[in-house]
Design a binder for this molecule. Sequence first.
Ligand SMILES: *Cc1c(COP(=O)(O)O)cnc(C)c1O
Length: 301
Amino acid sequence: MLQVKNQKINIFENEVSLFIKREDLSHPYISGNKFRKLKYNLIEAKNQQKTILLTFGGAFSNHILAVAAAGKENDFKTIGIIRGEELKDQVNNNLTLLKAQEFGMVFDFVSREEFRNKNNSCFIEKLTEKFQDFYLIPEGGTNEFAVKGCEEILTEPDDDFDFICCAVGTGGTISGLINSSKNCQKVLGFPALKGDFLQDDIRKFANKDNWELITDYHFGGYAKIDEKLIHFINDFYIKYSIPLDPIYTSKMAFGVIDLIEKGYFPPKSKILLIHTGGLQGAKGMNEVLKKKKLTQINIHV
Ligand SMILES: *Cc1c(COP(=O)(O)O)cnc(C)c1O
């Protein structure tokens, strides 16, 4: 079983100590939590004797790239249903999609409206007619198998920590962390998007109540970013030599450090951040920032 070491970040004034689990280093393309989320899905797909993986995602999706890479490594064909018809002609300018295509993924570009129906049985039926017998992985990869994989992120030495912090997208990762945490630990989730649906989604999978969502650090919503966050990412690397991604991990780390400064954590708290990866997305984000004439994220590969 893959066990990822914790790297010390810093000890703050009231002796609050901060560590980070570098899940981002576990695989170059099946990044961070996506590695965990796919593990048991791949086993299940094999058990069901499926040869095709089909999933959904946006233009810079870590999940899309992870599924493409995992398919290539494990002998599955992969199909990506991509949000935004206009992207059809932009694959060559989109590093995420280009790389996924290199791994053999076939795309089907759908309108944003159609994409919203992705969980609707009629839409799935249409996809089945088009692509035949596939194993469906939901957008972001969250299902019971994904949660089971994420339960393997924390291991026994992590019982020492008082707080476990992670970024939240669909809630699969935090659900796994909650399930394998101790009752006396507290799991804090930092949603990278706006919306109240997450609580219920997490309750579906989580087996206890030792968690809370901190909703003040989404920076305006999914994939929204401002100068303050860009500077935070760049400064964090200068200080600690740890790269953060612009969509998820930077918002979480920003939130945790802000809360430390505000005295949220009791003195001597031991805090573990989960680095869920996603670094590939920074290049795509820089293209957007360049167009808007904003500061770029310094990329270190
Ligand atoms: C997908 C992703 C998340 C969100 O994980 P969920 O299980 O959907 O909550 C967090 N961080 C990174 C880097 C991701 O790519």
